[in-house]
Design a protein around this ligand. Structure first.
Ligand SMILES: [Zn+2]
Ligand SMILES: [Zn+2]
Ligand SMILES: [Zn+2]
Length: 134
């Protein structure tokens, strides 16, 4: 018997597509399929899934007082709310010195009464008074 394996294995050199530059756009498409922005005013946070969004929102945009359940617009206002509303020493101290701090970070003014601060926020920081019904 003769050797029946025909030597048809050809070592033909195939053209190499190594110079294709479509790689960059391919990986860009693959790494960011569902990026979206948080959407809250002043927040540039980029999210990738609804779960991530919920976690981010709850930790960054919801400030709930653990004592009374009231939600406040910012971390700073929440802190002020806690000391003004739930700190028994607050009103005692306020008899001797102004304790109501301005809501605006970096504004060092303090007031003897909540109404004085309210007026200051409206006049100086252009708060609308219905924003202040905390
Ligand atoms: Zn956000
Ligand atoms: Zn509270
Ligand atoms: Zn102020």
């Amino acid at each position: 018997m003769g050797v029946n394996v025909s030597a048809s294995i050809q070592n033909e050199a195939r053209p190499v597509h190594g110079t294709d530059t479509s790689d960059a756009s391919w990986s860009a498409r693959c790494t960011s399929p569902t990026e979206f922005n948080c959407g809250e005013p002043g927040c540039a946070y980029v999210l990738h899934s609804p779960v991530e969004y919920e976690h981010h929102y709850n930790s960054s945009h919801v400030h709930v007082c653990s004592a009374c359940g009231q939600s406040l617009p910012s971390e700073r206002v929440l802190e002020l709310h806690i000391s003004e509303t739930h700190d028994p020493f607050f009103k005692v101290l306020n008899l001797r010195q102004p304790m109501y701090e301005c809501f605006i970070e970096g504004c060092a003014l303090k007031f003897m009464a909540e109404n004085d601060r309210r007026q200051h926020l409206v006049v100086t920081h252009q708060y609308s008074s219905n924003c202040l019904d905390l």
